[in-house]
Design a protein around this ligand. Sequence first.
Ligand code: PEP
Ligand code: MN
Length: 373
Amino acid sequence: MIIVLKADTPPDSEEVQRLIALAESYPEVRTQVHQIRGATRTLTEIYLLGSTGVIPTEPFSEFACVERVVRITEKYRAIGRHEGELDDLGFDYNGVHITQAGFQVFPGLCAVDTRENVERMFAALAERGIETTRAGAYKPRTSPYDFQGHGAECLPWLFELAGEHGMKLISMEITHESHLEEIQKALSQSGNATGVMLQIGTRNAQNFELLKAVGQQTELPVLFKRGMGITLEESLNACEYVASGGNRRIVFCLRGMKTNLGDPHRNFVDFGHGPVVKRLTRLPVCIDPSHSVGKRSVAPDGLLDVFHVTAQGVIAGANLVLVDFHPHPEEALCDGPQALLLSELQPFLDDIQIVRDAYEERLRRVASSLGAS
Ligand code: PEP
Ligand code: MN
């Protein structure tokens, strides 16, 4: 059961404390309080966990501070929309507001390599007012002989450069629980010069211990990459591991599926699932066109396949775009062949804007036709 409080109700108020005490007076019922800080108001939800099936809703609805009491369905307890009863679960982190309605682009390096390349990348973003990026320090590689990322060693200078260039949020994969502590330590030593969104890579989509670890901390948001060879339901359940631990700041990222049917792309593009994820869950949806396409093929119309698939995701309402760029792809230590060039940054952003505008226009039209009917 989820009790949604009226906006801006302070969770430590006497009334809310009475409500929590009432909930916990039922046998084997625990509560978790979740606050969602929006740009203009704060929403609080109280989750009743345990044997809640027999608890009546009325005693809770009677509290003046309660907006709604929602009986949750079995599936996706923490992240689900519960048959449309719950709204989008956005979040604010380090000044960035991420929701199912918003839109942000995260262009950046697949892997951190040299200080010069990081600087060039950040400078190009800052010039265009972009404050969100990607930069991998821990790289999961198919071969143990390939570059594994600079790891903790690069974090101090990476965060310092991010701060200097006004980067507010870096999406960065972790492959082991210990990386979380390394990142937290380096962030705090940098005076929180930037923020980090912990990326769970497709290869770790069912690494339940890692999912629990990122779920049990609530400081850093999580970008979960869909498992490449498992069902959507299994991937969403993996997000439940994160959310049930207490961390509801999760973004679900589509990055293509591993199947030969996707050839000649690296993965079979699955961006049509964006609206499905939004319908089933409250999570904002990201697309990763680089790891889906995996190369720089150009279509006969002159547009790179990466541009085309990005447009497919954005026209379907994607909220974030995670995309590989590199100032010198030939020097990249990971995934150079799929990286876009800095000279392609502005054309890419312009192309995306055309599509995002078209998506917003589609929304206006559907809203007005629904209003008319
Ligand atoms: C990445 O984004 O760097 C990455 C390795 O992605 P994925 O886990 O989707 O393969
Ligand atoms: Mn990569």
